[in-house]
Design a protein around this ligand. Sequence first.
Ligand code: KG4
Ligand code: ZN
Length: 358
Amino acid sequence: MIILGIETSCDETAVSLIKKTSDNVEVLSNAVSSQVELHAAWGGVVPNLAAREHLKNILPVLEESLSEAQLTKDDVDLISVTQGPGLIPALLVGTNFAKTLSYLWKKPLIGIHHIEGHIYANFIGRSDINFPVLALVVSGGHTQLVLMRDHLNYEVVGETQDDAVGEAFDKVARTLDLGYPGGPIVSQKAEEFKSSQTSNPESQISLPRPMLNSPNFNFSFSGLKTAVLYKVKELKKSLSADEFQRLIPEICHEFQQACIDVLIHKTLKATKKYSPKSIVIAGGVSANTELKKQLEESVYEKFPEITYSNPDFTYSLDNAAMIASAASFRWGKMTEEQKAEATTNWKTLQANAGLSMN
Ligand code: KG4
Ligand code: ZN
């Protein structure tokens, strides 16, 4: 079946078409219009500006997606849209657009949880992920360990007690005047430090690994972010501006490694307890090359029998293929009655900024 996905929860306007067969999710088109440059000027996403851009871009992005896939509306079997969580003005554009298409095209409509979408990015193009699955969710708004005993079944076994890890990358980037979004630039600086070192990079700057040894699977990144702030204040007092600039890659490297250390430690600890068959990573921070590399190495070293998966880079960041992928599995589990109800969902589906999974 052919599924249309729509995603507008934050600062990407995205429309995708996927083809679902019994054992595969194939992406036919993945159109994304990013607003990153617009929001960078404000140091973060401005919800009303995001909504205005989504309104401007959503039809051209739909057209692009259909033409890239060489399909028409008649080929579409199901429409799916991010229902939440996210910025309400932004979510409203996508959900109302999806409702209108469902009404006009007479196609069923289902709402998808944004994080569920991120997790299902792992099912694009691969069929070797087996349950139970342990998902490490790392995005701008979420940091969670989610145990899935089956498709669409989520138990949060650990989560951040304060900031999400992506949020910490963004705040550290702000502290270091590196711009928005912080993840890509902080990881690039960390890589610069690593490649400038001849052997194993030994950091002169040391930061805490919060909650590393706490007796649960929870995280905390707010204290780490503050530790960077204090370290920067201290360094700026004793160093010239040039000397401080030269230390930025090293600070980024140590900060990134502190995040990676706790994320991997807690994932392995949860793996010991829950014995998953597969471990997946999901969310914007899963675009981080060093995190993916170290997690994969650690999993295969400690649990060689477990399948590890991360989404392709394109599907790590916000996109609509992941929303359509999740929708394809939801549809597969729905009864005939639920499928029939989905044809009138355009009357009732509501964007929900605080939507919870399940
Ligand atoms: O999933 P996402 O696109 O949006 C949410 O659902 O929140 O995640 C965005 C977050 C931002 O905080 C961004 O800084 C972070 O993902 N991010 C990264 C990288 N690329 C994006 N963090 C670390 N390393 C990266 N390469
Ligand atoms: Zn996201």
